[in-house]
Design a protein. Structure first.
Length: 160
């Protein structure tokens, strides 16, 4: 297929185009979940040592051409999902975007995970209004912020 053509050219009906966009976004979300699981497993096994790096974030920055801040966030979210099964499940099925999962993992705990997830899954803008998930997770009084720990552990954390 030439670079100027796309599968999008096959959709003439706006409803078909809408459906194709939503379907593709869900598949991208599910694939993003898989990527983060791979990253977490790679980090847990200290796979980055093979290339001489001292942490997964630096390896991911180099190997996958991500900014260092994006690499840090992917590693942080990857590890956070391990402790948040409902959020991980919704992400793996494509129901949640990486953006929402990123916001949720900043504040979610087992105690508030279900409430945060229910809010995140609301798709009706009339229900959520102008409030965005990141804004709600940062300001909502009923949710406490997770403890911040260093995401990119130094090599000593794996060898001691």
């Amino acid at each position: 297929m030439p670079a100027t053509q796309s599968h999008a050219d096959n959709y003439t009906d706006i409803d078909e185009l809408d459906s194709a966009i939503v379907s593709l976004a869900a598949r991208i979300n599910a694939s993003s979940y898989e990527l983060l699981v791979l990253i977490r497993r790679f980090d847990e096994r200290a796979g980055w040592l093979k290339w001489g790096f001292t942490n997964c974030c630096d390896w991911l920055h180099w190997r996958c051409d991500l900014s260092l801040s994006a690499a840090r966030e992917k590693v942080r979210v990857a590890h956070a999902m391990k402790t948040l099964p409902a959020i991980a499940s919704a992400f793996s099925s494509g129901e949640l975007s990486y953006s929402k999962v990123r916001a949720l993992t900043r504040v979610a705990t087992l105690d508030n995970e279900d409430a945060l997830l229910a809010f995140a899954l609301k798709r009706d803008h009339r229900v959520t209004g102008r409030r965005t998930l990141p804004g709600v997770t940062l300001r909502y009084g009923g949710f406490r912020v997770r403890g911040q720990s260093r995401v990119c552990k130094p090599l000593a954390a794996y060898t001691s």
